[in-house]
Design a binder for this molecule. Sequence first.
Ligand SMILES: O=C(O)CCC(=O)C(=O)O
Ligand SMILES: [Fe+2]
Length: 354
Amino acid sequence: MAEAFDEIKVAFVCLEESVQAVAATIHDSGEVPERYIRPEIDADPVIADAGSYTLPTIDMSRLINPEFSQEELAKLGSACEHWGFFQLVNHGVDQVLSQQIKADVSEFFSLPLEEKSAVAIPPNGMQGFGHHFVFSKEQKLDWVDLLFLATRPVEERSLDFWPKKPSTFRDTLDKYTTELANVTEQLFRLMAEDLGVDHEALLGTFKGLPQSVRINYYPPCRQADKVLGLSPHTDGIGMTLLLHVNDVQGLQIRKDGEWFSVQALPGALVVNIGDVLEILTNGKYKSIEHRAVVNPEKERITIAAFHSVHLPCTIGPLQELGDPRYKEIDGFEFTKGYFAAKLEGRRYLESLKL
Ligand SMILES: O=C(O)CCC(=O)C(=O)O
Ligand SMILES: [Fe+2]
């Protein structure tokens, strides 16, 4: 994947300011610079009465227990079809390791800007500390700083962008992402079973489980209702596993045309279907638009682990799943198109429909 990123060459404009530093400088006035103010939020409100919705919770310990697996597998399939999102509990990721990754990530973002800048994203680069999806000097900006790293295949890691501080960071990220790759592989197998397709056909697209992480730091913002942490988007990969580093909520997903706030359970992984899995499943599983909002008083930190296709490859609906409803597309071309249209929600995915 690291090599793939080099090949994709996304033309992001280098945004030199850190949002965390902006938040600190406006601390007294609380007035957010115009570039971060998002008038579109008012036109697109959050579901007032979310009581009728509950994001499905899937229990991995039941999925792998023969006594309950059929029932839980049906729930998994239904969540992927109707929500494109679920919370995974009892996922088996070592709790001490989860605590350690949370501590290391929090410590990295609490370092002075100069120290974080040791791993800054270079011009036209993707990996490191900085911002993604800034295409012009005029465009509105998300209220977030990120650290983006390709973690698998292991031999393609660019360690220059892996923080040396805190000293445990690299080792913890290595162990944590390895565990997540295992959970992902298990989920892909279970999904193949739910879909009634050959495991190898599904897993082959994700051979070697290429993976990257996007660690999101959303500073608090007194004008939180005027900014967006992350603009609405879908994930241009197979599947994402999201960990909440602290207990601050902010993820919203588009449900029946309105925004629904996710309440992540402590310790759960929030899993979502990406564009590639929607295409492979011929539209059975859904890649849902989501966004992140910001807390007025507290910082919010999340770790999104993306599981991507094995490049080079061709992305298209699996044969067993009926007449194709999406075009076949070369993996590189898909990824380039996804990055170019990232700020346009589901539009790129829709353009691939037949
Ligand atoms: O931080 C969140 O809640 C969402 C993160 C996300 O959607 C992403 O990184 O793609
Ligand atoms: Fe996302």
